[in-house]
Write a protein that binds this ligand. Structure first.
Ligand code: G3P
Length: 275
């Protein structure tokens, strides 16, 4: 499974890439807002174009998802093409992020705008990451429209199930992949018992249907969920930098480090210094 960093903060992206194991970057308008607010707090002015170029250069050789801000078909296609034209020459790694359905409410009637934009941009050879996926059906249609990546938001499914059942939780709390029960039985979101269950169902469908789009598990908030996303068959997990660090952290590793370091004898340390 590939690991992407889910951030628009250049310092975090650079830090994550210094590990040598990062396979891509995902951004969205909220992450861009956070990054810019952070810089402004530090008194730094930001040139958005140069800033995105720096992210693309840092991620050279791996895809960077940039989301559109328009929500009508024509606007998304024009903006997607123009972002691709503007930024892809920098490091040849731009992927355009399009919401699967851009309606805010059912009566907006924009159900097909996102999927049409995915189809048009993909057909024009522009890699598309189809985002805000909350059902396997949405994932199926995104793939059918040609999306290179489909992004199920696992954590937000868990949030919604927890909210419905009145569970008090914080964002990074583990939510069991197999779901939770109340007095009446298993809680679910239209047949999905957890965010990881959503990832698993999409991965199963893609495998059974011979679909080539990659399942990009997003909105993952802790290491155990990342393990479960891998077990569920996700091709990619996109993670905040702290969750990437958490993947490497374990108290027993720290204890082992302390005791091994305390046991280093000079003869052995000196040997290791020889060139
Ligand atoms: O990549 C999607 C992600 O940024 C949303 O994460 O934790 O806000 O649900 P979250």
């Amino acid at each position: 499974m590939k690991i992407f960093i889910d951030s628009a903060k250049l310092d975090e992206i650079e830090h994550a890439y210094s590990s040598g194991i990062i396979d891509g970057v995902t951004t969205n308008p909220s992450l861009i807002k956070k990054a810019v607010e952070d810089l402004k707090k530090k008194g730094q002015e930001i040139d958005m174009r140069q800033y995105i170029e720096s992210i693309l250069r840092t991620a050279k050789g791996t895809p960077v998802s940039i989301e559109v801000t328009e929500y009508n078909y024509q606007g998304m296609v024009e903006q997607g093409k123009s972002l691709f034209r503007m930024f892809n020459p920098i490091a040849n790694n731009v992927c355009i992020k399009i919401p699967v359905n851009t309606s805010f409410e059912a009566e907006h009637g924009r159900e097909f705008e996102g999927i049409r934009a995915v189809k048009t941009l993909s057909a024009a050879g522009i890699p598309v990451n189809c985002t805000l996926i909350f059902t396997p059906e949405q994932a199926l249609l995104a793939a059918k429209a040609g999306a290179s990546f489909v992004s199920p938001f696992a954590g937000r499914i868990d949030d919604s199930i927890r909210k419905e059942s009145g569970v008090i939780f914080s964002k990074s709390d583990y939510f069991p992949a197999e779901g939770i029960r109340n007095g009446k039985g298993m809680l679910d979101d239209n047949g999905i018992v957890s965010g990881i269950d959503l990832v698993r169902q999409i991965a199963d469908i893609f495998r059974k249907q011979g679909i080539k789009s990659e399942v990009l598990a997003a909105s993952l908030r802790n290491a155990r969920q990342v393990r479960e996303a891998a077990l569920a068959g996700a091709h990619i997990a996109t993670l905040p930098v702290d969750v990437i660090k958490e993947l490497l952290s374990n108290r027993k590793t720290q204890e082992g480090m302390k005791s091994f370091t305390a046991d280093i004898i000079p003869e052995y340390a000196d040997l290791a210094k020889e060139r």
